[in-house]
Design a protein around this ligand. Structure first.
Ligand code: GDP
Length: 548
């Protein structure tokens, strides 16, 4: 097993007693990098904030500005972001807890849901799935979950809002299993819900953690560890609740899935914890379980070989490009996931796709709620590098002797389409340049009719806000105004290279297009059209994402 081999290799190196090496290994060893996936309003922001509270990165909860009520502490976000008070692109937070150095990748939701949200998951080693206890599995969770399963990363479930009326925990777990197709295993079990939510039963330790609220959730909760038969607990819970808890625990042991770390790491079994992010109930138990079950930064593949995160040679890939953070300079930031080695400010790296060496000077990292200059970073970390316009999504930078590129980030299927045209035909050049540049950064995808020119472009996006971003940026950066016409397509599928589109039997409203790389695709207005295409054309493979 490759991963085991890598781990043995790492220990072997540290045994050699090279101090520098073992310090480096320690740094990588303590890294944990994850994304939080959830449907809007399930409590992702609140949970993140509480993680920071427990990590000591903030003194009091309520200080991290929520995306809905803040104008953004940093004044240099895009105009749209400021106007709407939401973040268009995902960000990264780093904090320390119990000797771990934790990177949380934010996956934007609401209207700001975009392809970036999916791409962020490519940079994470595992995901925390937040479920609202009264709502269960919701639409956006389903979409994000699907992307996580593409990489088989571990998924940890936090069932939130137990302080409100919640659905039956068994039902919730069953829904996760049936809707998402992953097994679940309760790590702890809630004692009551709503006002009666008093604590959790820890299955492994066979103990009750009783929570006592402090300062309305602004501070860490007080806890009391009790045995199940503690007279105080028996006294506190009414008979019905106590008996139900007893039955639940017995039933879980008989009927529930067994815990299996191997399966968790393969993304086949999701450990489930219960709690309330608002009141801090269950936050710390969840963090502790989560950290014991997650791994150090995972090795990444180049397609031909696996790159060991503990190798001293630095390597990283771009998973996101954020334009216009500073309007005065119209600059761009490329976000890299470090896959191996150590980053130091000003270091020289080889940019594989550009085919040349470059110096990494301006580098940023988001700590708690501030963006800071970063001087050093390690495998597992995320850094933002000033981009003079040379990077694209998926690009690799390295320092080692051998040149390589990591496997590309897939292109995800857009769900909304518009036809765009240039208002002033004299500005054709700027129009094409602008649209191509914005597509290159990964904010939109562009398609044309088979054999068609760039006069009319079909723009596809994952989240509708990207249309506004496009319009705004074309006007501000390229001085181009566009005419936009919504198209009725809802589904897009890539077809295998060499497939003759003209011979396909398709429904009359299916459109044949090509992307920038000349790959052929089909656009459908409804699911029925997709089914028709695959049923009437034997051997036709329709892909929901493109690998390159
Ligand atoms: P996000 O959209 O997933 O980031 O959700 P937020 O963290 O912004 O939370 C959405 C709403 O749910 C806010 O009003 C929160 O105060 C509330 N909320 C979050 N966690 C809890 C919880 O554990 N219990 C209750 N009752 N409300 C919560």
């Amino acid at each position: 097993n490759l991963i085991d081999k890598l781990i043995i290799n790492r220990y072997y190196l540290s045994l050699q007693g090279d101090i520098k090496m073992s310090e480096f290994i320690k740094e990588v060893e303590k890294r944990r990098t994850f994304a939080i996936i959830s449907h809007p309003d399930a409590g992702k922001t609140t949970l993140t904030e509480k993680f920071l509270l427990y990590g000591g990165a903030i003194q009091q909860a309520g200080t991290v500005k929520g995306k809905k009520n803040s104008k953004h502490a940093t004044s240099d976000w895009m105009e749209i972001e400021k106007q709407r008070g939401i973040s268009v692109t995902s960000s990264v937070l780093q904090f320390n807890y119990n000797g771990f150095c934790i990177n949380i990748l934010d996956t934007p939701g609401h209207q700001d849901f975009s392809e970036d949200t999916y791409r962020t998951l490519m940079a994470a080693d595992c995901a925390v799935m937040v479920i609202d206890a009264s709502k269960g599995v919701e639409e956006q969770t389903r979409k994000l979950f699907k992307v996580c399963t593409m990489r088989n990363i571990p998924i940890f479930t936090f069932i939130n809002k137990m302080d409100r009326e919640a659905r039956d925990p068994y039902q919730l777990m069953e829904e996760i299993e049936q809707e998402l197709g992953i097994d679940t295993c309760a790590v702890n079990w809630p004692i009551g819900s709503g006002k009666e939510f008093k604590g959790v039963y820890e299955r492994n330790d066979k103990e009750i953690i009783r929570f006592i609220p402090v300062d309305g959730g602004r501070k860490e909760v007080d806890t009391k560890i009790m045995k199940f038969d503690d007279p105080e607990l028996v006294n506190e819970l009414d008979d019905e609740l106590y008996n139900k808890l007893q039955d639940d625990i017995e039933l879980l042991d008989i009927a529930g899935n067994n815990f299996d770390l191997e399966k968790v790491r393969e993304g086949k079994l999701s450990p489930v914890c219960f709690g309330s992010a608002l009141t801090n109930f269950g936050i710390e138990p969840f963090l502790k379980h989560f950290l014991t079950m997650t791994t150090t930064p995972l090795p990444r593949s180049t397609g031909e070989k696996i790159i060991d995160p503990f190798s001293e040679d630095f390597s990283a890939f771009v998973f996101k490009i954020q334009a216009n953070m500073n309007k005065a300079h119209r600059d761009r930031m490329a976000f890299f996931r470090i896959c191996s080695g150590k980053f130091t400010k000003g270091m020289e790296v080889y940019h594989y796709q550009g085919g040349r060496k470059i110096k990494l000077n301006q580098s940023k990292q988001l700590m708690a709620d501030e963006r800071q200059e970063v001087d050093e970073a390690y495998a597992g970390d995320i850094i933002g590098i000033f981009d003079p316009g040379i990077f694209s999504i998926g690009d690799t930078i390295t320092t080692g002797k051998t040149k390589f590129a990591f496997e590309g980030i897939p292109t995800f299927a857009p769900e909304h389409f518009s036809l765009i045209r240039n208002k002033d035909t004299m500005k054709r050049k700027q129009f094409v340049k602008g649209v191509e540049q914005i597509a290159k950064e990964g904010a939109i995808q562009i398609f044309t009719e088979l054999g068609g020119g760039m006069e009319e472009i079909i723009v596809g996006v994952v989240g509708v806000l990207q249309f506004e971003v496009l319009e705004h940026r074309l006007k501000n950066e390229y001085n181009v105004e566009i005419i936009k016409q919504p198209l009725p397509y809802q589904y897009i599928r890539w077809v295998k290279e060499g497939c003759d589109l003209s011979s396909l039997n398709l429904s009359s409203d299916t459109k044949k297009v090509q992307d920038l790389k000349g790959q052929h695709l089909l656009l459908f207005t409804n699911e029925w059209g997709v089914r028709w295409a695959s049923e009437k054309n034997s051997g036709l493979e329709l892909l929901e994402f493109s690998k390159n």
